[in-house]
Each structure stands twice: as C-alpha cells, then as structure tokens.
Design a protein around this ligand. Sequence first.
Ligand code: ADP
Ligand code: MG
Length: 385
Amino acid sequence: MAPSALSSVQVVVRLRPLNEKEQQHGTLPVVSANTAAKTVTVLKGQGSRQTKTNFKFDNVFGSFSTQQEVFDATLRPVIRDVLSGFESTVFAYGSTGTGKTHTMEGSLDDPEQFGVIPRSAAAIFSELEKNPEYVSSQVSCSFLEIYNEDLNDLLVSKDNQSPKLSIMEGKNGPFCRGLTEVIVQSAEDLLELMRKAQQQRQVGETSMNKQSSRSHCIFTLKVVAKRKLSDGSILDSSGKLHCCDLAGSENAKAANVMDDSGEQQAARERERMNINRSLLTLGRVVSTLKELSQNPKKACVRIPYRDSKLTRILQESLGGKCKTCVIATISPSVTAIEDSLSTLSYASAANGIVNKPVTTSFMTAGSGTITSILDKKPSATDDGV
Ligand code: ADP
Ligand code: MG
C-alpha cells in the first residue's frame, strides 16, 4: 500500500502565547501567525528602521491553537501509514521555553492538554480496536536520550543503564543496541511509562546542569500488526513512529557564560559543539529530503545521515517511504526575537524556501512604540501580534 498523498516532508511552525510573567511585564509580542496564509511575520526594530520579515511554511499554528489542532494537522494523517507498516518521524525544534515538550508530550494528566505522543498512541489503539481487519497486533515503545553524544535509556533507572547502549549497524540499518522496548497494552499504559520517563529525565539533572534543554529525546512507538483483508489474505506489517524533542536550539549558538569556571566552560563548549553539529546535520538532511520529494530526479544527492548520532540513528526513518514533520516552536516575545528569527530561518531552510527580510515603512505612535499590526485584534486566522 502506498503512503497517503501528503508531501513526505512537512515543516510547520507553532507560536506559543505570551506567558504570565511576560504579560505582567508588558512584554511586546513581535511575532504574528496567519494560519490561513500559512505565514509567520516578525517585526524588528522601530520607526523607519523597522523591518518586517515574512516566512511561509506548510502549516502555521498561532498562539490560540489547541493540542488537538496541532495533532490533527501533523500526526493524524500519518497514523494510518504507521499502522500499514511505514515509518514516520516528527521533530520539535526551537529554543528552550518555546513549547517543544508541550507540543510533544503536553500535560500527561489532562487529556485536553495531551501532546502529539499520547494522542498518537490513543489514535493507534483506537484504530486497532475498532477496525475488525486487525486480527492481532502488538504495540511497543522505547525512549532514548542523546546527551553529548552519549545514549541514555529513559525507560530504565539511572543505576540500571545498560553498558551496552550503542549504535550498531544492523541488516536493516543502524539501531541502538541494548535499548529497552516495552510492550504496552493501552494508551493509559503508555501514559504511565511516559510519566516515569519524565521523572527519570528530571532525576538526571541538577539546577546547575539543566540537561533536558541540552539533550535530544527520541520516543519511538512500534506497531506490529496482522490484518485479514476482505479476500481472506493476511497482511503482516511493522511500522514505527519516532517523536523527537530536540535540544534547545539556543545552545547551538556561541554562548559564553561568564560566571562558569574554566572546567564548566569547557563542558558547555563540548555540549554546544555536539548540539550544533546534530541540529545542523538534521537541517541538512531534512532540506535534502524536501528537495528530493519535490524533485525526484535529483536522486544522486548525498544525504548526510552519518554526520551526527541523531541522524544516524534515525537514518532508516528519514527519507525513502518515510514521512517527516518538523514542528518549529517560537515565542512571540520581543526579548526572544533573535532566537525566533534563528528558528524561523532554520525551519525555512528545512522547508526549502529562502525568505528575504522586507523593510517596511511602519508609522510609529509617539515615542517609538511598535504599532500597526501590533494593535490589531486577533481574528480567526490572524494571531500573535
Ligand atoms: P521547551 O520544551 O521548548 O523548553 P516547554 O514545552 O517546556 O518548552 O514550554 C515552556 C512553558 O510554556 C510550559 O509551561 C508550557 O506549558 C508553556 N507553553 C508552551 N507552549 C505553549 C502553548 N502553545 N500554549 C500554552 N502554553 C504553552
Ligand atoms: Mg522541553
């Protein structure tokens, strides 16, 4: 069976709302999302020197978007493919505090706030239960953390980590040897495992070392199923869904923390280089795949999977018959404008579209406050500023 007709690579952007603290401080929102036009607009600077940059994507979610809407537009269409034996990968990319974990996991105690992982699991179990064609099935999951090119199994405690955890070349491509795979019987089972993994992630970090923003987390759901078709034939399938909550992209920039000791600075530098390499490689892999999906004649182009552990381990799930979705998350705040521009540029490059800043002559009111679209009330499709 062929995968559904969507492009094999989708790049979407999700804008988070201003948080309480930002609202209390009167922080200016400078990013707006237009869901109908699928564009994001960033206003930078003031007065006659104000620049307005538009970015276009496959989909754009404003700060009023719900978890359900994000799931429906990104992962719901690929659940059927996973059940039919295809692989799919979704990435959350963005700086710390922009909503990567909110989008991927969400709140695990409030169904309204479930992120794409619990929603995907629920959709998979629901389809397996209600479609009588499925005569048997097994759903299992694994949860891998890549920190500083080291691998951690998030489904076992820190003390019981397998010393064998390493990337090996198998007959079906690279895989992580020693990674625990747990069979789950229901979406509720899976939530319980995710809660444990969340704790596991938190145990591993101290306030001095906020590792979660500097590590990549790959949650994998595997579905092995047997279907009995109307002609009586039996169809075996084995599909996978990988959900990656990436390291905060701000770590990929040269950040000098002044009060760090020499040793700490060296450790930060090592982290930064590893994050930089993996995020840049991922960007290159995704943009090459996007190019190939739009122009299959370029089949001879080399895809740089082997240039980072992140892309190497996901090699078999990126490209070919696999669907890939990048969800870039951004803050609307003026204080995060450089990070937002950097995330949007990265996502645009992955999208295969180069955006050029457009200087506009916005009128400013009185003492240089940003006006114009900033004063506009959000409509059904406009959002953010
Ligand atoms: P990240 O994983 O990118 O560091 P988080 O997902 O932890 O960021 O989000 C930071 C905070 O902002 C959390 O409290 C989260 O609940 C909130 N948040 C993020 N995105 C949204 C959103 N789209 N709507 C509402 N709250 C959000
Ligand atoms: Mg997070």
